[in-house]
Design a protein around this ligand. Structure first.
Ligand code: SF4
Length: 876
């Protein structure tokens, strides 16, 4: 850390790593993990390590925009306030809605919620965290009486058994994965079980991988509960003192048919024996549990096992939800969900509503739950919502049935988007786009998955006329003539109000209490170090470990075991149907508006893909790298086939990241039905049924260009490189003039064109030079183009026509797809080193190539490559 460094927090996953950010003097940043931050102790994953490459102001929205015209803030704020005011006056408070984000800071979130619930008088504010962890909130509230995460990250290291279910921690929360991996390396007796239909990178750490049938978690955990009872590890004394619902839940568990999981008797027995014999057990769960039409039941099935065995409220024990987004927890704290009030107060409770209204001194208070995300966009579509404000998120591509959501947004009377970019799929549909600050410019707090509140600090001033989200919300509120409650001097002022309100909520019996921070001065707020809540005000005994006293936040202070049953679902899918699982990849974040700016992060996977089992691929006639049309009644997308036995037969997997900005016809959410968990309202994003067919293009292409390409083909996917862009392409029609097509596509202007045609093979190669320098190249074939992408990308800006060969003139190893993003080490380089230097461990790969020696995010992939390479070498 230098005197120029700023302690801040990573804006991606819910791990909430501390970052030391130092301006490099050229508009960028160097970043390091903060060694003092309790979430990461200096570690960062590939995404966090590349933060410095994402802070450019290129492409940023720097002034408000009305339609496609720049406007002053006064014009934009007046218009937005007037539209919301008149809509409310004519159609009532429930005719407007906010759709907000787990990437807002807590202070932004707090004022947005206050404006909607306390001043407009509706609860029509929901957040993209609904798509991420609403089922956990519902499960926690049913079991504990409040939305309490009982555990801490230390528990992951203290446990003797870590069960990871529905969580690809190695890619989605890499630093937590690294913490568990380090603990296991120090204490090899520690066991890790991964429950996931896919063989993910996380399985590299597992002593046991249970590839259950998708959606059968309830059956598995009910089985674990009945086995806990049968084998005598249920804590009957604890159950009689601290639990309700014990007998009914146990009865239900005994009646569960565990065969639906598809696991063998041996697997079931090994798993339950491990659980029964290991008291210090933590169960980590994430989107594979939450994103389900019965996600809340899955959460309660997990919690039931921990309650029945009293494995909660103790070091190294407990159910542990890891949140997807950087501030999903902060959003839960401020009541950013349509069914909650600030500080975990209950909207259904008249005393809570009255106390909140009195604290805020507001003219009104929302009296009933608002519309949850899927219902909210349904109401936008049917005209019940007439004015919509979307903050810091991209529902046009992230919501289920995204095609219909795009239609709904474009047909809505009035849509405002506040974002860093006017080019997102949602912003392009808005009437007004307001320029918001982004990471590196924002100032406030976030709460991570273990309740640690950290400061996110600005390193750069706001670019152009961009404003902070809390300022924009307060400005709109004031223009709506709600000046009294929004006259904050800064984020510290908002934080103090939120902290004071939490003291009131604690008096009403709630868990969330940071009233001990209600008096922080601006200076103290500026220097605040990470702190885990609760932080009680003076005089109250701190209780840092929730539930250690066997007391919960229900009316009778007992936790509730919830009897949950395994829903029926079609085990055998009839061809051509496949079950589509969706998720994240290691090096991208959500819709890539920030991580997509980093050339090295784009090298891990450069285009959207579909994982399909080799047997299914053969049966359908798909070869590796073919394009596959994936369809159902909701939509149709085109994805690159990645043939792998990581997925099981009958199941396919696609990542969620590509949008209309980065690819053509590849928005995977178009296929996700708008089916939700009836308890939590969370959409089921992992069980769409799809059919597959080969996308028969007349030609396939690969291109590189200095300018950002403009593609209109049936399939395209672009990614930023160090010196330009790369583009994958395919189309059913062949252009009349390849040169004209390439010039428009690659924006080469008057550049000189050199070309090679092999008409018999349908091959075209073109290179465009400005002076000596290559500014674009296009490679076309009748089948997916096979050539070194690395070679073509590096040729940009170089002289000569060597690029037309499609490969280097001297014998050089094509490094292949990037595995280690930190040191840019490709798969072919790694495989060659394993063979040539007889490497037998990941450590040896790191020593030889540096791969895996920095952030460590690629170590599971290195281990998988090593294992497969050693297997093949042994067979030779
Ligand atoms: Fe950021 Fe990676 Fe840490 Fe998540 S694990 S907070 S993405 S550095």
């Amino acid at each position: 850390m230098t005197s120029q460094s700023t302690c801040t927090t990573c804006p991606y996953c819910g791990t909430g790593c501390g970052v030391l950010a130092t301006p490099d003097g050229a508009g960028g940043l160097t970043v390091e993990g903060d060694p003092k931050h309790p979430a990461n102790f200096g570690r960062l994953c590939s995404k966090g390590s590349a933060l410095g490459e994402t802070v450019s102001t290129e492409g940023r929205l720097l002034a408000p925009q009305i339609g496609d015209q720049p406007a002053s803030w006064e014009e934009a704020l007046t218009l937005v306030a007037e539209k919301f005011r008149t809509t409310i006056a004519e159609h009532g408070p429930d005719s407007v809605a906010f759709y907000v984000s787990g990437q807002l800071l807590t202070e932004d979130y707090y004022v947005a919620n206050k404006l909607m619930k306390g001043y407009i008088g509706s609860a029509n504010i929901d957040t993209n965290s609904r798509l991420c962890m609403a089922s956990t909130v519902a499960g926690h509230k049913r079991a504990f009486g409040t939305d309490t995460v009982p555990g801490t990250y230390e528990d992951l290291e203290l446990a003797d058994l870590v069960i990871l279910t529905g969580s690809n921690l190695a890619w989605c929360h890499p630093v937590l994965y690294q913490r568990i991996a380090a603990a296991k390396a120090t204490r090899p007796s520690m066991k890790v079980v991964v429950i996931d239909p896919r063989r993910t990178a996380t399985c590299d750490l597992a002593d046991m991988h249970l590839a259950i049938q998708p959606g059968t978690d309830v059956a598995l955990f009910n089985h674990l509960l009945s086995q806990s009872h049968a084998k005598g590890v249920v804590d009957l004394a604890f159950a009689s003192q601290s639990l309700t619902g014990f007998s009914e839940t146990l009865d239900t568990a005994y009646k569960t048919d565990v065969a639906v999981t598809g696991l063998s008797q041996e697997q079931l027995s090994d798993f339950s024996n491990l659980w029964v014999n290991t008291e210090k057990s933590v169960t980590v769960f994430s989107q594979g549990v939450n994103q389900s039409d019965h996600g809340a039941d899955k959460v309660n099935a997990i919690i039931n096992c921990h309650l029945a065995t009293a494995r909660i409220g103790k070091p190294g024990c407990g159910p542990f939800s890891v949140t997807g987004q950087p501030n999903a927890m902060g959003g839960r704290e401020v009541g950013g969900l349509a069914n909650t009030l600030a500080c975990h107060l209950d909207i259904e409770n008249p005393a809570h509503r009255a106390s909140l209204q009195s604290f805020w001194n507001t003219p009104t208070i929302a009296e009933r739950q608002g519309l949850k995300a899927v219902d909210l966009f349904e109401a936008v579509g049917n005209g019940k919502i007439k004015a919509l404000w979307v903050m810091c998120t991209n529902p046009a591509v992230s919501m289920p049935n995204a095609t219909k959501v795009r239609e709904a947004i474009s047909n809505c009377n009035f849509v405002v988007v506040s974002d860093m970019f006017a080019t997102t799929d949602t912003a392009r549909l808005a009437d007004v786009v307001l320029p918001a600050t982004g990471w590196g410019e924002k100032d406030g707090t976030v709460t991570n998955s273990d309740r640690t509140i950290s400061r996110q600090r600005s390193v750069f001033p706001a670019p152009g006329n961009a404003r902070h989200d809390w300022q924009i919300i307060c400005d709109v509120a004031k223009h709506m003539r709600f000046s009294k409650g929004f006259d904050f001097s800064g984020p510290a002022d908002i934080f103090r109000e939120h902290a004071a309100l939490s003291g009131l909520a604690a008096k009403l019996g709630k868990d969330f209490d940071i009233s001990g921070l209600a008096q922080v001065s601006d200076v103290e707020y500026q220097s605040m170090t990470p702190v885990r809540w609760p932080v009680h005000s003076q005089g109250k005994v701190p209780n840092k470990r929730f539930f250690s006293d066997g007391k919960y936040f229900t009316a009778d202070r007992r936790a509730k075991m919830v009897p949950v049953t395994q829903p029926h679902f079609p085990q055998e899918l009839k061809p051509p149907l496949f079950r589509l699982n969706t998720g994240r990849i290691r090096d991208q974040w959500h819709t890539m508006s920030r991580t997509g700016q980093s050339p090295r992060l784009n090298q891990h996977y450069g285009e959207p893909f579909l994982e399909i089992h080799p047997t299914d691929a053969i049966q359908h006639g798909f070869l590796e790298a073919d394009l596959v049309k994936v369809s159902n009644s909701f939509g149709s997308v085109i994805l690159r086939a990645l043939v792998t036995d990581r997925v099981r037969q009958g199941q396919v997997f696609a990542p969620i990241h590509w949008t209309g900005e980065t690819a053509g016809n590849s928005v995977v959410s178009d296929l996700v039905p708008p089916v939700v968990d009836p308890v939590s309202g969370q959409p089921d994003s992992k069980s769409a049924y799809v059919s597959l067919s080969k996308f028969n293009a007349a030609w396939y292409g690969y291109a590189v260009a200095v300018q950002q390409p403009h593609a209109t083909t049936n399939y395209w996917a672009k990614a930023k490189l160090a010196d330009g862009w790369q583009l994958e392409l395919a189309n059913v029609n062949t252009p009349e003039s390849w040169e004209g097509f390439a010039r428009t596509l690659l924006r080469t202007g008057e550049a000189q064109c050199s070309s090679l045609f092999d008409t018999s093979k349908g091959r075209v190669r073109m290179a465009f030079h400005c002076g000596e320098q290559l500014v674009g190249a296009l490679f076309v074939d009748r089948s997916p183009v096979q050539m070194s992408r690395t070679f073509a990308g590096k040729a940009l800006g170089q002289s000569g026509l060597g690029v037309l060969a499609g490969r280097p003139s001297t014998v050089q190893l094509d490094p292949g797809a990037t595995v280690c993003a930190c040191f840019n080490v490709g798969v072919n380089t790694i495989l060659a080193a394993i063979e040539d230097k007889n490497l037998v461990s990941v450590e040896q790969i790191s020593t030889t190539l540096s791969a895996g020696s920095n952030c460590g995010s690629c170590r599971p992939e290195l281990a998988a490559l090593l294992s497969e390479a050693r297997r093949q070498l042994a067979a030779e």
